[in-house]
Design a protein around this ligand. Sequence first.
Ligand SMILES: Cc1cc2nc3c(=O)[nH]c(=O)nc-3n(C[C@H](O)[C@H](O)[C@H](O)COP(=O)(O)OP(=O)(O)OC[C@H]3O[C@@H](n4cnc5c(N)ncnc54)[C@H](O)[C@@H]3O)c2cc1C
Length: 436
Amino acid sequence: MTSSSFPHYDLAIIGTGLAGLAAAVCAVNRGLSVVQAGNTGAIAYTSGVFDVLGAIPPTEDGDIAVVDAPFAALPRLLAAYPGHPYAVVTPEGIRAAFHEVLDFLRGAGIVYHTGDQRNFAVIGPAGTIKHSWCVPETIMGGCTAFAAKAPCVIVGVERLKGFSAAQVVANLRGVWPQLRAAQVALPEHPGGEVYTEQAARMLEVPQLCRAFAEALRPLVDGVQYLGLPAILGVHRPGDVAADLSRQLGVTVFEIPTMPPGVPGIRLKEAFEDKLPEMGVALYCQQRMDGQLPPPGEPFRLHISGQPTEVDVLADHVLLATGRFLGGGLRGDLEGVVETVFGLPVVQPETRAQWHRADYLDPRGHEIHKAGICVDAQLRPVGPAGELIHPRLHVAGSLLANQDWIRMKCGAGVAIATAASAVEAVAKACAHGDGAT
Ligand SMILES: Cc1cc2nc3c(=O)[nH]c(=O)nc-3n(C[C@H](O)[C@H](O)[C@H](O)COP(=O)(O)OP(=O)(O)OC[C@H]3O[C@@H](n4cnc5c(N)ncnc54)[C@H](O)[C@@H]3O)c2cc1C
């Protein structure tokens, strides 16, 4: 086969984490032809809550500053961390990118609420409170109940690991006196351990959902809200929550469980179902590799993994391979390497500087800021700011100078940089800046 007979796309997206999947949505919306490959990214492990900015770690001694108003706090973040990827996107760009992705998810049956100027206080799996800007509809009830400190019962499910109603209540009772815990059995469960995904699929069956409502009914006396682990169906969870709420006469909401959790699985399935329908050539559980082409030539990329072995051409590439968990970075004795194109990685000078002595040091660990530096069009640059390749872009957690775990900016960086990189590709395509 000559390379001219390989399928040829405007854009190849390497990675199917949140950044890669958001990029695919934005690219299709801009009329680009897209090929994409990757394994399940961190997306299946996420809580389903999308953070923009939840905290600013100190650069010197001091405490982490919790962020209540993420957009107003961006200048403070960038003053402390000038190389953060939010430096190359605007607040309006972040909002627009979120709304584009949230519109797509709404079409797939997953509805999100955004906090306008402020973060919501979201109840976490252990009853800790986390501050996040964008929350699934099914989790929002918990934010409202917590804000009002309304009478509420948190209900655990017998033999379901990774969620304890008693623990949630023990951690919140001090600030929320009208909160109590209870436990029910999942009706018609075959026995043994209960898994969140299995429970969610069971509750999509109307008669099982009705039986579950009957089991919950004795627990709602005197409460306005009822919180459950996130098991309210995999598809159209809002309908399951609304159905239970109607049957019980209280607002039923979900609390994220320990990973992997159902809200992350919902996102993964929504993207994987809908993107091929929109025309994306999506190769799930596959790797994509390639080399930087000379000027004027397209990228030639190899997609591998059982059962596929495919070569494709693409004028532009978006690298959204994540950090260590996704496989975009690998640490070895010489240091940290970027695994697809061998791009220069911003990293501590020596391995001894990867971690601080105290694991819980509020400044975080330098290795968690390792990654790729980019220009204003999200194209990788070298140590002296030199452009590596004019048609290669990078998005998501692979980007340097952000510690999404401590800053609570994971989804924000993924979605905003993906949209911004795709916008740059779309403009280049419109100007005819392709390979030939
Ligand atoms: C446990 C956990 C909980 C989280 N909770 C939250 C939360 O509550 N809120 C929030 O905002 N964020 C959260 N995040 C963070 C958020 O999920 C990440 O910031 C975001 O997923 C980063 O997305 P990414 O696409 O850049 O990388 P990843 O999700 O790591 O995806 C990288 C992708 O690249 C693929 N890949 C790598 N190399 C190749 C290759 N050669 N070919 C093809 N594919 C390749 C991988 O298979 C994967 O699909 C959480 C993450 C984890 C792990």
